[in-house]
Design a protein around this ligand. Structure first.
Ligand code: SF4
Length: 444
């Protein structure tokens, strides 16, 4: 059904809307950087159609909720948020409430049944038709089809990043082919779709001209793009782009050549996010992760050798079905050897549609909590160890506004001294290291 809202008809509607009374749209984003990037593009599309963008719900004629399905907690949060909007709809009956993204794709009709004040539910690759659907007064559920997913990769070329910011998200691929047994992404985002290298590079050039200094190349498995290495090299050579990041790297496709390219190009940030998930090969196999703990550690140690200052962050799940103490211990072993700069840790919980949801969720909540607490303690200890290496050193930041900024290694630094607008370069002398951030004094 999504295919009927074609790119051409969207363009036509956009041309025809100049005479219409200006409406106001509020967009709220849940979830990952891909969702944030999608929301930015959605804002551009609404703006192209003459909408005002507002940060205030009370001013909105249209509300768009871009949702996440990766964890049950994220869905519950979004549902309770959406539930409260029935009062807004009661006070303003013409209000259009739209739910888009991964949760929309997964739950479809259920959202409308449970929340009748929601007008439209639209999948992640079809969400770019929302201005058109509102124009045509479409209501109900419009999920992604194979056509809409295919069309998406063309469509995203049309919108740019927000001009007010110094950093731009650029998706280079979408979807995932890996089918990790716990993950819902391939079911709600579809299979991998790659953007042409030239489109990616042209978009980098175009946002550089608008003053964007930092580019974040995005993909669920960003390094599976067939031209990933070329994209890195070319993006790093664009005049005006001072920092290029990329997330998320799939460990099975993370090779030494990528590390070498990062080491050779000063604009490529010394930051790698590589999700380990488990240090036990037995559990990795059950997770359908296509690498071993040894190969994972090998690449991290290579990064440490080649670029000693680089940050490495990771994601880890505890309490996956059949995870024994010995498996958990293997995860702790990798944490000790890899000395991650940052760990995002999670208790396993089954997600519908996934293979793991059919497995016996046999690790008790109590054990999951205990393992998570131990893991967090160990991760914080290592992160602090890494951050302490910066004590007394000068670090260069891009301000995020006020007295907070990030290093090229993605570390958060707070400083004493004069504040800075977003994107300004600041030099800080680090005085104190904490597990999740650094404090210092501004010297430039
Ligand atoms: S690599 Fe695995 S965890 Fe990551 S998006 Fe793909 S299926 Fe999900």
């Amino acid at each position: 059904m999504g295919g009927q809202y074609s790119r051409e008809s969207s363009k036509k509607i956009m041309k025809n809307t100049s005479k219409r009374i200006k409406k106001t749209v509020y967009i709220k984003t849940f979830g990952c950087q891909m969702n944030k990037a999608d929301s930015r593009r959605l804002k551009e599309l609404f703006a192209m159609e003459g909408y005002n963008i507002t940060e205030k719900k009370s001013k909105a004629d249209v509300m768009v909720y871009n949702t996440c399905s990766v964890r049950g907690h994220a869905e519950n949060k979004a549902m309770s948020h959406l539930g409260r909007l029935k009062f807004a709809k009661k006070n303003k009956p013409d209000l259009k409430i739209c739910v888009v993204g991964c949760m929309a794709q997964r739950m479809g009709e259920e959202i409308i049944e449970r929340l009748p004040h929601v007008s439209i539910v639209v999948g992640p690759s079809t969400m770019f038709r929302i201005p058109l659907m509102i124009e045509e007064e479409v209501e109900g559920v419009v999920l992604d089809t194979a056509d809409s997913v295919k069309e998406f990769s063309d469509y995203i070329d049309e919108a740019a990043c927000e001009k007010s910011e110094y950093s731009g998200y650029i998706p280079i691929m979408k979807g995932c082919n890996n089918f990790c047994s716990y993950c819902i992404v391939p079911y709600v985002r579809g299979r991998e779709q790659y953007r042409d290298k030239s489109d990616v590079i042209n978009e980098c050039r175009s946002i550089a001209k608008k003053g964007i200094k930092e580019v974040m190349l995005l993909g669920q498995t960003v390094n599976s793009h067939p031209r990933f290495k070329d994209i890195l090299k070319e993006a790093a050579s664009i005049s005006g782009i001072e920092r290029v990041r990329f997330v998320t790297s799939y460990p099975g496709q993370m090779d030494r050549e990528i590390v070498d390219i990062v080491a050779e190009h000063s604009a490529l940030c010394n930051y790698f996010h590589i999700p380990l998930q488990s240090g036990s090969d037995r559990i990795l196999k059950k997770m359908n992760r296509k690498y071993t703990a040894e190969s994972f550690l090998d690449i991290v140690l290579y990064i440490r050798e080649k670029i000693p200052s680089a940050s490495v962050s990771t994601d880890i799940i505890v309490g996956f079905p059949e995870e024994k103490n010995a498996d958990f211990q293997k995860t702790l072993d990798i944490v000790e050897k890899a000395v991650f700069d940052q760990c995002f840790t999670f208790k396993y919980s089954p997600r519908p549609m996934t293979t793991a949801s059919k497995m016996d969720d046999d690790v008790s909540v109590k054990v999951k909590k205990e393992r998570l607490a131990i893991l967090n303690r160990e991760c914080e200890k290592r992160a602090l160890e890494r951050n302490k290496m910066l004590n007394g050193k000068r670090v260069e930041l891009f301000s995020e506004g006020g007295r907070k900024g990030r290093t090229d290694t993605y570390k958060i630094v707070f400083w004493e001294g004069s504040p800075s607008p977003p994107g300004e370069k600041v030099i800080v002398n680090v005085k104190k290291a904490m597990p999740h951030s650094l404090k210092g004094v501004r010297v430039l």
